[in-house]
Design a protein around this ligand. Structure first.
Ligand code: ADP
Ligand code: MG
Length: 392
């Protein structure tokens, strides 16, 4: 799960990670009021969407930039009015962009230097890693590409936690001195405590800035939380903004399905995560593109299968459906009944390729045949993938 910058700021406040004074607004009038309250020489108004690259983004109506600095409260109100209700396209939103419903108005900070700082879960070493760079404020992937030596990595043993020598290593590596070095150390410790306490899988601050007075503040924030641990943090779960999420994934979550939306046109309905991955590979290998990852799980019910099938059919990108079931615990007939029940309601609008094998497969095939649906049968996974690709 991701959250907005203004929500991240609340978590920063709680864990004593300094960030500029600011507040969220849903209308231009409220943005103006907040700016009048902040009443500082320079202020910033920022579009709130679950995507980075806002500063360099462009609205679909041509208005440039999702982050604006200005001196007057009236300007803040006017800029907020130009952003709210408009669709912002950034490097991270995809070309469809994201509708801006909220902005954050904050104090603008005098910046001496912009750094990059993130705590991530590293899958290779199964431990948190701190990633830091002197090249903050820009696209970190680009920095990693063009000057990888400018990216520092420190791996943390999860039981030992962040060690003093690791903090020093980062301070020296970033060239921080005096009060800024001390302030950075405190930010790092508090950020790591936040990361572990809230079961994050990513906290990225870009930029983390040093001011001329030696203060260190987080000017931006991107959070990712481990969904499996969210039940331990109801206050974090309350930050969920489903309007920012893929509607296909929101619907799938209602049915407890493991679903990830992708950009291709061949929908997959599979049991087991490994088989689902193999199915996507087989589609790619045959020259096609999967529209989703979907694992209905080992003990799926007819209602879940029906739900899954409806999500697939309502996705406008989908041009063919591939069902690949290897019944172990899963009863092939439950899948067949779920599919038939879903199609009875909505009709079958797309080519459907089915490969069923294993537990109770004869009954499953019988259910499909008896339904009279136009189904293309397949002998094995490779055959199924080929037929699905040929159908689009
Ligand atoms: P994004 O990464 O989505 O473009 P940021 O929050 O990083 O958005 O803002 C882009 C840039 O705008 C920052 O790199 C920084 O230079 C500037 N900026 C953002 N917030 C502030 C602030 N409170 N004070 C001063 N400058 C800011
Ligand atoms: Mg940023």
């Amino acid at each position: 799960m991701n959250i907005h910058e203004y929500q991240a700021k609340e978590l920063f406040d709680r864990f004593e990670v300094p960030s500029p004074r600011g507040q969220m607004a849903e209308t231009a009038e409220d943005a103006l009021k907040i700016a009048q309250e902040i009443n500082s020489d320079l202020m910033v108004v920022k579009a709130q969407v679950h995507a980075g690259g806002r500063g360099k983004g462009t609205f679909k109506n041509g208005f440039e930039g999702g982050v604006h600095l200005t001196k007057s409260a009236e300007d803040i109100g006017a800029l907020a009015g130009k952003m709210i209700g408009q669709t912002l396209v950034t490097k991270q939103t995809g070309e469809e962009g994201k509708l801006v419903r909220k902005v954050m108005v904050a104090d603008a900070v005098d910046i001496k230097h912009e750094y990059y700082l993130a705590v991530l879960m590293d899958r290779e070493t199964s431990r948190p890693v701190i990633v830091a760079s002197t090249e903050g404020g820009m696209d970190i992937e680009e920095v990693a590409e063009s000057s990888p030596e400018k990216i520092l990595r420190v791996f943390i043993h999860p039981l030992a936690g962040l060690q003093a020598h690791q903090v020093r290593k980062l301070i020296v590596g970033l060239g921080l001195k005096g009060p800024a070095a001390k302030a950075f150390g405190k930010v790092l410790k508090n950020l790591y405590r936040l990361f572990t306490s809230l079961d994050c899988d990513m906290v990225e601050i870009n930029p983390l800035v040093e001011t001329p007075d030696g203060e260190v503040l987080a000017l931006d924030a991107k959070f990712g939380f481990d969904d499996n641990a969210l039940y331990r943090h109801p206050e974090v779960e309350a930050y969920r903004d489903i309007e920012e999420e893929d509607p296909r994934e929101v619907a799938a979550a209602e049915f407890d399905l493991s679903y990830i939306g992708l950009d291709g046109n061949i929908a997959c309905l599979v049991n087991g995560a490994g088989l689902a991955m193999a199915t996507m590979d087989a589609i790619k290998f045959s020259g096609g593109d999967p529209a989703n990852f979907l694992d209905v799980g080992g003990g799926a019910t007819e209602a879940q299968v029906k739900g899954a099938f409806n999500i697939i059919q309502s996705d406008p990108k989908v041009e063919a459906i591939l069902i690949n079931i290897f019944g172990g615990i899963m009863d092939c007939n439950v899948i067949a009944q779920g599919v038939v029940a879903a199609v009875k309601e909505t009709g079958l609008k797309l080519p459907l390729v089915v490969r069923l094998e294993g537990n109770n497969v004869a009954a499953g095939r019988e259910t499909l045949t008896a339904s009279g649906l136009a189904i293309t049968g397949a002998d094995d996974l490779a055959d199924a993938a080929k037929k699905a690709v040929a159908a689009v």
